[in-house]
Structure formats: C-alpha cells, structure tokens
Design a protein around this ligand. Structure first.
Ligand code: FES
Ligand SMILES: [Fe+2]
Length: 427
C-alpha cells in the first residue's frame, strides 16, 4: 500500500509532473518504422506522455514529430498534406517542416514576419530496431540512442508488436515484473502455447506456487529473481531485468526466443504495450514468426486495421467460462498478452494503490516503485539517473538451476550480462 500522493507521483506523466520529467530523459518508442513507410506517406497521430503530436516522413525520408495542432487556428495536422518537405494544414495552407518551423504562410505572402515567428513544438526522432523513437526532454541532455539488446540484434532475429492497453502504464509494468502470477494466470499457456511449451522450467513453475523473490540493483534498474524449488538441493531461478524506465525482459524457456516489453504511457489512463520477441544468436524461424503474427505468446490478434486487441473490454475479452472451469485458460481468457491486459484493465484506469495489500511475492513491485520515485526525485534535483548510458542497458533475462547455496546475483551474471551474439542461459 502506498499513499495517494505517491500513487499520483508514480502514475502522472504529463508535462510538469515529476515522473513525466524523468521519462522525458529517455528515448521513447513512438511508432513501428513501417507506420511511416515512405517519404510523403500519410501522417500518423502520436500521443505520448499526455502530449498530442503528429508524425510524418518528409520528402527526404526524414521524420518529424510535431504538435498535432496548427498554429493558426488549431486544426489537427493529421489531416495535413505531406508534400515537398513539409506538412501543410489543409485549412489555410500553413506548412511546417520536421523542426516544426512554419515554412509557408500563404496569406502573408513569401517571407513575411509572421511566418518566421510561427514554430510548433517538435521532438527529434531516430530509427532503431524497427522502431521510431523520440526524445521529449531538454535538448542539451539528449542521451545516446537506445542500446537494449533487442534493438541491437539483426532484424531477422526480432519480432515486434504493440497493442493498446486501457490502463496506466504502471499496472502494465507491474505485471511485467511480477513473475508469481505466471503459475496461476498463464498456467494453461505454459502447456499449450507454441512459444512456451517444452521447457523443464515449466514443471518447476507449476510445482512451486510460493516462489521466493530477491531483488538486486544494477546500473540500469533492477534484477528481479524468483526462486522455485527444483531437484533436491537445487533451486530454479527466473531472473527478470527491469531496465529503466519501462523495459522488462521475461526469462526464457528452453530454446524459445526471449520476450521483452516496453510499457509506454500514452496518457495517464492508456499505454502502449510493446511486445518483442528476439533471439540473441539466431534468426527467428518461420514457425515462430507465424505463431507471433497469429497472436501467440506475448502477442495478440487485432481488430483489423488497428492496434486494439480483438479480445477487449467491449466484448469481455471473449472470456470462456468453460475453458476457465476446465483450466484450459486459468482465467478463461485466451492468450498471455490478453490474460495480463484483461486483469490489469479491470483494476480501473489508474489503480487505487491506497487500498491494496501487498504480500511477499510483490517485492519486485515494491522495489520498482521505490526506484522510480528515487530516480524521479534525483532528476528533479539535477542528479544522475540510471540507464541513460548504453552500457547500463546491456542486460538480458535468464533462467537457471543453481545449487541451493548459490545466489543468482553472483552465479547468474554470465547469463545476465552475456556478450551480444551468444545463446541465452535457459532451462
Ligand atoms: S488552421 Fe491551419 S492554416 Fe488555418
Ligand atoms: Fe503475465
């Protein structure tokens, strides 16, 4: 349980908020690169951290992310004409380049004084790992490009999807670091999902419903270890890194690709659940890619033409009570992604954390909240914050069976901080 004040500090991310200030120090996943497929293609609405923006790729292929609304009389530039290196408002023809500068103001004639004064807010963008990223913080503090492992692997080793989630980002992030729910909520999926089946770890998962948690700091965030009983004298450890501010990596099962997420606030009541599968060492197979595209594993099926999951709040997530009773799906909802999202959305847009009752398996959640609040305060004071340097983002998840006297913090380092292009440490 936390105070209302702490809950507000953790969950509000708009301009001027303490968490919004922290999040604006990092590169933010904004779009799939294919959403702006070619020069002068249609612009796309983008809302991040409560700010309404519009993204476009100009005639030279450069990406602009600018205020959604025209400086003249507030028309949405989503209706704009993307032409000749700028986005032109269709109302009276004012035109903006990727820096937000007004480059044409027809009613004033060429090069009038008003045109020069008109400049919309604009954020720099880069492309990496199949995504378009933006930086919404102070220009002088812009960090180096993101260096998460899934961003750095060659494209054929990675699959990325995103889905819209109707909840504050923190509910989603807290699900990502809470590996105790897997034994319950995802128990059906462990037996049937093509991206999860066939791991010895699944048996340990099922066999021990009381995992012991231990959480260790590292330069980029936290390593959340969950320990379950394995054979005599051994424990099965699953170690989930949380890389600040919102990246989590699921510990692997057998030879399956790793699963990673980014939980990115759209506004305080909605977030993007970016879901990434990647294998550090090999290309994803056709069978894996087919499963991912069909919504298996951490991915979902969509309402056609949208990023809205097909199973959603308006259809009660297609819950199947017979499947629930038969434990085909523990909650009756199909698919790991929607099993999580349905329950996280059910908490309401912003969970009232003054009424929760945490238990020992929530240790990772407690530590994550504390670290977020500490980092936000450090940022406010102008002090150093974690995970800005590329080296601090170099970590991956692992699963490992260790003798009982060995702790993951010393004995799983070779799996967590492995060099690029090496096989994951997995059970
Ligand atoms: S409202 Fe955009 S040009 Fe007039
Ligand atoms: Fe989950």
């Amino acid at each position: 349980m936390i105070s209302q004040e702490q809950n507000d500090a953790l969950t509000r991310t708009g301009p001027g908020t303490i968490m919004g200030g922290l999040f604006r120090r990092y590169w933010i996943p904004a779009l799939h690169d294919w959403e702006l497929a070619e020069p002068d293609c249609p612009p796309v609405r983008v809302k991040l951290l409560g700010e309404r923006l519009v993204a476009f790729r100009d005639s030279k292929g450069r990406i602009g992310l600018i205020d959604e609304f025209c400086a003249h009389r507030g028309v949405s530039l989503w209706f704009g004409r993307n032409e000749e290196c700028g986005l032109r408002c269709p109302y009276h023809g004012w035109k903006y380049d990727i820096t937000g500068q007004c480059v044409d103001l027809p009613s004033e004639g060429p090069d009038g004084p008003m045109r020069k004064r008109m400049k919309l807010k604009a954020y720099p963008c880069i492309e990496a790992g199949g995504l378009i990223w933006t930086y919404m913080g102070p220009p002088e503090l812009k960090p180096e490009p993101p260096a998460l492992e899934w961003v750095k692997v060659p494209p054929e080793r990675r699959f990325v999807s995103k889905r819209l989630q109707d909840s504050n980002y923190l509910q989603a992030l807290e699900g990502g670091i809470d590996s105790s729910h897997v034994t319950f909520l995802h128990s059906g999926a462990l037996k049937s999902d093509p991206l999860f089946i066939g791991s010895k770890g699944n048996e340990y998962n099922e066999g021990d419903k009381m995992p012991q948690f231990d959480v260790v700091d590292f330069e980029g965030g936290l390593l959340i270890g969950a320990r379950r009983i394995a054979e005599n004298d051994a424990y099965y450890w699953r170690i989930t890194p949380w890389i600040m501010p919102w990246y989590t990596i699921i510990p692997p099962r057998a030879g399956h690709p790793l699963g990673a997420h980014a939980w990115v606030p759209i506004d305080d009541e909605n977030c993007w659940a970016w879901s990434i599968n990647y294998h550090p060492r090999r290309a994803l197979t056709d069978a894996e890619l087919t499963a991912m595209r069909n919504g298996a594993g951490i991915h979902v099926k969509y309402v056609p033409g949208t990023f809205i999951p097909l199973a959603n709040k308006t259809n009660d997530y297609l819950i199947d009570r017979a499947a629930q009773k038969a434990s085909v799906h523990y909650s009756g909802v199909e698919g790991i992604g929607m099993q999580d999202a349905s329950l996280q959305e059910s908490m309401g847009p912003i969970q009232d954390r003054t009424r929760e009752n945490l238990c020992p398996t929530d240790l990772g959640i407690v530590r994550t909240r504390r670290k977020l609040l500490q980092a936000a305060e450090a940022n406010r004071l102008g002090q150093r914050i974690p995970a800005l340097a590329p080296a601090e983002q170099h970590v991956r998840s692992c699963s490992i069976v260790l003798p009982r006297e060995q702790h993951f913090k010393e004995h799983a380092r070779h799996g967590l901080f492995a060099p690029l292009d090496t096989d994951p440490l997995t059970v």
